[in-house]
Design a protein around this ligand. Structure first.
Ligand code: GLY
Length: 576
């Protein structure tokens, strides 16, 4: 496998710039060289890592080359993302892991954040019962108890091979020695600078006098110390002792309610995966408290009876069918889904073919069903969105698919003083008030109401697909409510439309979620004639910025692995 080295291009550019600068009237040469080598598509013989940042991908690859397995690489990638990709990579957030071992046994780990013990149903409402603007989105009260460190620790205890200490070292080196920031990261830091200042009067790594520029060095000494404590003490290095003290002190500055007890009591939970058959493939995804697996099952079950492959990739008929299925699945999400440990969810019924068939009885192929006339089914007779996904396949054939988040870009914008990491604003994923949409326009009811220790409903959809009992594909994405439909499109692009993985991931995407009744599509995704056809079918197309940021690994017919990272970010794939 060969990578085109941008190092040589950088050296050439440097020589050119220096040479030009020596000449009196030399024109200015803009530095367009990328900060890192980035691989959007790689084929390898035995192992692969795909993540949202090249340094995190490199950290995972290093661990695999040392003989580590997929879970060891996952831990290294996760902590490296917390340093190199702080908008979504995290210590102060949570996520979900799908694991499939080389023998085909699969398991999932829920390390979703949890409402603090002092949380209550009306905590974001004023005395008139109205939502207090932004309270669940920014500042100390927006955070749930973080789950990521516990998740990594527990997964490693169960499945890891290399010593824990070795897995933390790449992240510690990045935080301590600093890393160059890419153009995309610069844009994100500069755009959020006023918020970093507003919520963090203390000295921190992200606020500086001048604007950030591509290639500047991000040094995170406080974060390095936290990582060293986690390296030395495991989960206790975060949930107890000095780091816990720093989090609780930070909370006490304004209205935060996360206590020492909340941190100490946080537990990651092993849960049976959602599994469904689709056209001869077995799809393995995340059960509640993520809505991902159930909504994905509903979508696949609802579209399976129809010949989408004949109708064609992104044809009006296929998009219409998808929209109608999504309308019904997201209506169900609103009513029925939440934390299964607090609210009875009819998982089996909702993910069954019979239920999907019943829901599609009102489907008409010639006209869109108004969202007002669609409600949830009766299975008994909820800014910018930033999350991140990574996947690993190791040389033994074990695979992982992990989606992790602090919810919005840079979470609650609160950086723990002395700890150097962002806290999540995951409390906004609860339904603060029935009928009032959250930042993703998602609605929710009793199932997803706030309660102490309860986990907020998620859309994260880490997924592994099997064919004939063998690993076929690992896939996932950020994007809030758009995660589910993004994963659905990438899988159907491969299975139904037979697109090469690169196209399946890189082609433009669209999204629909019941309410708002808008068929979102990436700019330029739909031609004028397709837009006309969709409008004639009763849909309301609306263009928007990027939908999702996918990482995927596919097993090729010859047994090699293909890794594809999205063109919508600095995402990077590497293998050997
Ligand atoms: N915070 C986005 C999600 O979990 O769906």
């Amino acid at each position: 496998m060969k990578f085109i080295s941008t190092f040589h291009i950088s050296v050439l550019l440097f020589v050119l710039i220096t040479f030009s600068a020596c000449k009196e009237s030399a024109p200015m040469v803009e530095d367009t060289a990328p900060v890192f080598d980035i691989n959007k598509q790689v084929v390898s013989d035995s192992a692969m890592v795909v993540s949202a940042h090249p340094l995190a991908t490199a950290a995972g690859l290093k661990i695999l080359k040392k003989g580590g397995n997929a879970v060891d690489a996952m831990v290294a990638v996760h902590f490296a993302l917390a340093v190199a990709y702080p908008r979504a990579g995290n210590l102060g957030g949570g996520g979900f892991m799908i694991y499939r071992d080389k023998t085909g046994i699969s398991n999932t780990l829920d390390f979703r954040e949890m409402a603090p013990s002092m949380a209550h149903k009306d905590m974001y409402l004023d005395t008139l019962g109205e939502i207090i603007d932004s309270l669940s989105l920014t500042g100390h009260l927006a955070s749930g108890v973080p789950g990521s460190v516990e998740g990594m620790y527990v997964a490693h205890q169960k499945y890891g091979k290399l010593p824990w200490k070795e897995l933390l070292q790449p992240a510690i080196d990045l935080a301590q020695n600093g890393l160059k920031v890419t153009e995309r990261e610069v844009a994100a830091y500069n755009e959020h600078m006023w918020l970093f200042k507003e919520f963090n009067p203390h000295k921190n790594a992200f606020v500086k006098e001048a604007v950030w520029k591509k290639g500047d060095i991000l040094l995170q000494k406080d974060l390095a110390e936290v990582l060293k404590r986690i390296q030395k003490e495991g989960r206790a290095g975060f949930y107890e002792g000095k780091t816990a003290d720093l989090i609780v002190q930070e909370m006490k500055k304004t209205k935060g309610i996360i206590s020492h007890e909340d941190l100490k009591n946080y537990k990651a939970v092993w849960r049976a995966p959602i599994q469904l058959e689709y056209k001869g493939y077995n799809i393995i995804s995340m059960p509640p408290p993520s809505s991902g697996g159930i909504c994905l099952a509903e979508l696949f079950n609802m579209v399976e009876p129809y010949p989408m492959e004949k109708w064609g990739f992104q044809s009006a008929k296929s998009i219409h069918l998808f929209t109608e299925a999504a309308r019904r699945a997201y209506a169900d999400r609103t009513e029925h889904l939440g934390d299964i440990d607090f609210y009875p969810i009819p998982v089996e019924v909702l993910s069954s073919q019979a239920y999907a068939d019943m829901r599609m009885q009102t489907y008409v192929d010639s006209i869109a069903t108004p969202s007002d006339s669609i409600s949830h089914g009766n299975p008994y007779a909820k800014e910018s969105e930033q999350t991140t996904h990574y996947c690993v396949v190791d040389a033994e054939g074990n695979s992982i698919s992990v989606t992790t988040t602090i919810n919005s870009n840079f979470g609650s914008k609160v950086i723990v003083e002395g700890g150097g990491f962002f806290m999540n604003n995951e409390m906004d994923d609860f339904s603060s008030k029935p009928g009032v949409p959250n930042q993703f326009g998602l609605l929710g009811n009793e199932a997803n109401a706030i309660a102490p220790y309860k986990r907020m409903l998620s859309s994260m959809t880490p997924t592994i697909v099997e064919k004939d009992g063998q690993f076929f594909m690992a896939v996932g994405s950020p994007g809030g409510s758009k995660i589910i439909t993004t994963v659905f499109q990438v899988v159907t692009n491969v299975i139904d439309y037979q697109l090469p993985l690169k196209d399946a991931v890189h082609e433009p995407r669209f999204h629909f979620q019941w309410f708002p009744n808008l068929l979102y599509h990436e700019e330029g995704a739909f031609s004028e004639s397709l837009l006309t056809e969709l409008k004639a079918l009763g849909h309301t197309p609306k263009s928007r910025e990027a939908i999702g940021q996918v990482e995927a690994i596919l097993r090729l017919p010859n047994g090699q692995l293909e890794g594809v990272s999205d063109i919508r970010g600095d995402d990077d794939a590497r293998g050997f």
